[in-house]
Design a protein around this ligand. Sequence first.
Ligand code: GRF
Length: 218
Amino acid sequence: MAARLKVGVLISGRGSNLQALLDACADPAFPAEIALVLSNVAGCYGLERAERAGVPTHVISHRDYASREDFDAAMDKVLRGAGIEFVCLAGFMRLLSAGFVESWRNRMINIHPSLLPSFKGLHTHERAIEAGVRFHGCTVHFVTPDLDDGPIIAQAAVPVLPTDDPDALAARVLESEHRLYPLALRLVAENKARVSGSRVVLTEDTPSASVSVLNPAD
Ligand code: GRF
């Protein structure tokens, strides 16, 4: 069997997407393994999840560094020291410097709770309800220097119901995030989804249905 891609996951909070990735990687046939979980927030719940799964953790507080560049350099050192080949952002709440993004170009992905390019940034569920969209969802994309802007790997759509408040909609989207992130990581780890300019192209043997998830309402 081919060597599994060594993944580092960056988190800042509860880590439910990290859990979805840990669960997927628990299968020895999955093409990636989580080799390190790095957080900028000591004591966050995601760190407990990693420890429970027996995955090494590391905390680097951004507060200990004078600049974003210095903080990112410290993270980069830890990631490389652990032999990390690929980075997954999973609720990591710090903007990354251009240098860090460049040094992990095409080797770092993020999950964002909207159907990009709609609703970049924060409070996506409130904004989707306000905008009156009928579908909302989540996107896994490669990370580029512009926020929530890189080549799209996979998306999941969920309906927005007339009765939804932001929490109800967030819960429906989150469920789809947990399905989508492992699926996207698998495609990338198997080298089936590659960046070509501003888009991701799939290998010929990859069905386009494998990059989209439709979640019905409960
Ligand atoms: C998710 O909604 C993710 O899309 C966004 O931050 C949230 C993280 O949640 N980037 P969790 O920590 O994975 O539970």
